[in-house]
Design a binder for this molecule. Structure first.
Ligand code: GLN
Length: 542
């Protein structure tokens, strides 16, 4: 029997609903249950693919090629369950489906309305593809009281009734602020938020209260009384030093016990959280520190590189060291002498990105790493620009560049509109809508025996997730290889370069895909583990 847990938020955003969902998912797994986590986003974009990382943070890509909310990254990092396109939906996508059906006349002349058509589509989404799963956790984006989230609230209210209390549970995350002048914690915002939720017809079973200070039992009982929940169902969520402490902290507060209680399931089964305790122990007792420069474009908003910074933390866990990130706006390297700022870092990472701004600065950073033998990790755009740098300065191809930024004389990076997929050739056209013109999702790559990446992965064939329009132009492979740049990973048909490396360098690797999307704290991605190991060696040299 599949049970559904609906997670809503109140009072303010950014309380950590995604982490609450991810942590609860892993706690239920630790009890032996299977889980699937989903995010229902009320905004009107069809998916986050075309949204600015400044506004919305990173776009997380699934194996099956969906561009999704970054919370799906948390889900996957915590539970190890690979997310799918069926795990994230937006109002925009729901409306798109409904309006397409309406145009085709599939509603047979009926008036198409928010209730029941939109709410039915939301319910169908929540329930679909969940066969055999013990718990489905559905996080509703936004905050209770938002106009745009109303259809979602109504849909989950209906689901609560239809599934019945034995198969549904509502968790509401709120804030209990501390008012310094009064020296008091305030429960009123939580009371109001629950009142709002009850006004929509949803009575939460469990309240999770974020607070900077310990919430005394008397205050929790007050919340329970006013909000009509069991006393034990008011769970405090205090700030913790690392996100990987969150599952341990929630377990200590009894969250998973309370969820099982709601479903009438036994809570006495043992819970093994040693995996999380080990991770936290390693994070708290590092045996050294490495400094990595991330030379990017959206460095002002750390959420824009969420999976990347987490994957670096995982690389640190694998090596028992702390990874200190120096976020650098690439544009600074377009000024003379600024490059010296990289002198004391132990590794340079140029992440994925779109658009021309800062690209010449990133090329300078790649050149610095190559010439000064500093470990370099280029991801997606970071690989493409390393190839441009090698073309210009190693192979002597003056005017080498990417067609993403105009018409270079030597287009070493260009648009490729056909990809071989398992299902055959996929064709995209240049003029297509921006959403949906990219090579997205998991594609295989074959690793060249004897290469560094072959050694790092320890296998011949890998599968990694992609999100890009442009490709390294394979017709320059011979010229670049002659100059010393090795093509060490290729698509199975040898048309798409997937990995490049410099053999005569301590660690210089560029990958066309996004390995950070698959890294987990308990299973650091081999490339990140190896990059941090190289940075550690570098730290002993400088
Ligand atoms: N802008 C580049 C492309 O579209 C790289 C994309 C990326 O780094 N994700 O190919």
């Amino acid at each position: 029997m599949t049970r559904y847990i609906f997670i809503t938020g109140g009072v303010v955003s950014s309380l950590g609903k995604g982490l609450l969902s991810a942590a609860l998912g892993t706690l239920l797994q630790a009890r032996g249950y299977s889980v699937r986590l989903r995010k229902l986003d009320p905004y009107l974009n069809v998916d986050p693919g075309t949204m600015s990382p400044y506004q919305h943070g990173e776009v997380y890509v699934t194996d099956d090629g969906a561009e999704t909310d970054l919370d799906l990254g948390h889900y996957e990092r915590f539970t190890g369950v690979a997310s799918q396109s069926t795990d994230n939906v937006t109002s925009g996508r729901i409306y798109q489906q409904i309006l397409t059906k309406e145009r085709r006349g599939e509603y047979l002349g009926a008036t198409v309305q928010v209730i029941p058509h939109v709410t039915d589509a939301i319910k169908d989404f929540a329930l679909a593809h969940t066969e055999g799963i013990d718990f489905v956790l559905c996080e509703i984006g936004g905050t209770v009281g938002d106009i745009e989230s109303l259809p979602f609230m109504e849909a989950i209210r209906q689901l609560g009734t239809e599934l019945g209390p034995a198969r549904s549970c509502f968790i509401h995350l709120t804030l209990v602020p501390y008012i310094k002048a009064a020296g008091e914690l305030k429960t009123k915002p939580t009371q109001h938020s629950v009142k709002e939720l009850r006004g929509i017809g949803i009575s939460p079973n469990i309240l999770v209260c974020r607070s900077e200070h310990h919430i005394p039992v008397s205050e929790r009982h007050k919340i329970a009384l006013f909000c009509n929940v069991a006393k034990s169902a008011v769970i405090q969520a205090l700030d913790v030093a690392s996100i990987y402490e969150v599952p341990i902290a929630y377990h200590a507060e009894g969250l998973d016990d309370e969820v099982l209680k709601v479903f009438g399931l036994p809570a006495e089964s043992p819970v093994d959280l040693s995996r999380w305790r080990d991770i936290v122990k390693k994070l708290k007792n590092p045996e050294g520190e490495v400094k990595i420069a991330i030379v990017g474009k959206y460095t002002g908003l750390k959420d824009a590189y969420k999976s990347l910074s987490e994957a670096l933390v995982h690389g640190g866990i694998a090596n028992g060291v702390r990874v200190k990130i120096d976020w650098i706006e690439a544009e600074v390297f377009e000024q003379e002498d600024a490059i010296n700022r990289l002198e004391d870092v132990h590794g340079i990472l140029v992440p994925g990105g779109f658009g021309q701004r800062g690209t010449e600065g990133k090329i300078e950073a790649a050149r610095f790493a190559r010439e000064k033998f500093v470990p370099y990790f280029g991801i997606c755009l970071g690989m493409q620009l390393a190839v441009v740098e090698a073309a210009r300065n190693m192979a002597g191809l003056d005017g080498a560049g990417s067609t993403e930024f105009g018409k270079p004389r030597v287009p070493v990076i260009g648009l490729l509109t056909e990809w071989a997929t398992e299902a055959g050739i996929e064709i995209r056209e240049e003029e297509m809508d921006l959403g949906g013109t990219m090579r997205l999702g998991a594609y295989p790559a074959e690793l060249v025996p004897g290469s560094r990446v072959h050694d790092i992965y320890g296998c011949d064939r890998i599968s990694e997730r992609h999100r890009h329009r442009y490709e390294v132009n394979v017709s320059y492979q011979t010229a670049l290889e002659k100059a010393g740049l090795k093509f060490s990973g290729m698509s199975p048909d040898s048309r798409l370069p997937e990995i490049i490396e410099l053999p005569d360098h301590p660690w210089y690797i560029g990958v066309q895909f996004h390995p950070e999307l698959k890294s987990k704290p308990f299973e650091p991605h081999p490339l990140f583990a190896s990059f941090i190991a190289a940075a550690l060696r570098q730290s002993r040299l400088v």
